[in-house]
Design a protein around this ligand. Structure first.
Ligand code: PAF
Length: 274
């Protein structure tokens, strides 16, 4: 497995390939969710490139950026065993060269939910993803459905800028108790970790009750109250149109439940189809 550190090295690697290339962009601290995306890319492409870059512009708190888990050696060991052709591990200077003045903003889709609670987050995501796609020029790129809004933002970015890449969403991978895998789970204390599955349970309860015909606004209010009782500070639990992310009060095909909540100092997000 090659470890590429410059744009020139990535371009030379790209030119050396005769078949298709799948990109899996990550911020490292790999878990089974990332590895499942690597396998997805490998099934569809002749070669897989994984980028590892903790992108500072998508963090809206310095503390969150500084404490974000980093585990480069373990990451490289895991990827080597998965038939990954190369890892792109750029520096800040490569992604944000001196004098860079162009950024990307995905207006409507990036404005609410995570965008409202983390101002500037999706501008940072869209800008780094656009740069990674332009540097690596893959045939397809894989993103986890766990970050559902991010997946929609990236799809929209690619569509609006006519980028010649297919975006694939990979299913959320969960612990046996239902907690969605996330690099941030490593930051939970033992007590918080034991409570964390309630987030997914709130989504499942809400889906079941709304599916049985209970009014969604009441169900969501009750589930938010239950999460608060269990020590979460809830940012939102919402029923949305799965394509536009606009709030809806009645279920419809493609509807999605989104949740974000703090548990101690860790902010967790999750979602599911209704
Ligand atoms: O999902 C992530 O890990 C990041 O947001 C991404 C897509 C790698 C961009 O930095």
């Amino acid at each position: 497995m090659k470890v590429l550190k410059t744009v020139e090295a990535v371009r030379a690697f790209r030119r050396s390939l005769s078949g298709s290339l799948g990109l899996v962009p990550t911020m490292g601290a790999m878990h089974e969710g990332h590895l499942s995306l690597v396998r997805l890319a490998r099934e569809r492409c002749d070669a897989v490139l994984v980028s590892i870059y903790v992108n500072p512009t998508q963090f809206n708190s310095t503390a969150d950026y500084q404490t974000y888990p980093r585990a480069l050696e373990d990451d490289l060991a895991m990827l080597t065993s998965l038939d990954v052709a190369a890892v792109f591990q750029p520096t800040d200077r490569i992604i944000y060269p001196d004098g860079m003045v162009t950024t990307v903003k995905v207006a409507a889709l990036g404005a609410h939910w995570e965008g409202a609670y983390r101002p500037g987050h999706f501008d940072g995501v869209a800008t780094v993803v656009a740069r990674l796609l332009n540097i690596t020029t893959p045939d397809l790129a894989c993103f986890g459905e766990k970050d559902y809004q991010q997946l929609l933002v990236v799809r929209r970015l690619v569509r609006d800028l006519n980028m010649a890449v297919e975006i694939i969403g990979g299913p959320t991978i969960r612990e046996t108790d239902g907690l969605a895998l996330s690099s941030r789970n490593a930051l939970l204390t033992a007590t918080e970790r034991s409570r964390a599955p309630h987030l997914n349970q709130a989504l499942d309860n809400a889906a079941r009750l709304i599916g049985r015909g209970r009014p969604a606004p009441q169900v969501l209010e009750d589930e938010m109250a239950a999460l608060t009782d269990r020590g979460f500070e809830v940012d939102y639990l919402a029923l949305v149109d799965g394509a536009t992310l606009e709030t809806i009060s009645d279920p419809k095909p493609g509807a999605r439940l989104l949740v974000a909540a703090h548990l101690g100092s860790v902010r967790l997000i999750d979602n599911r189809a209704l």
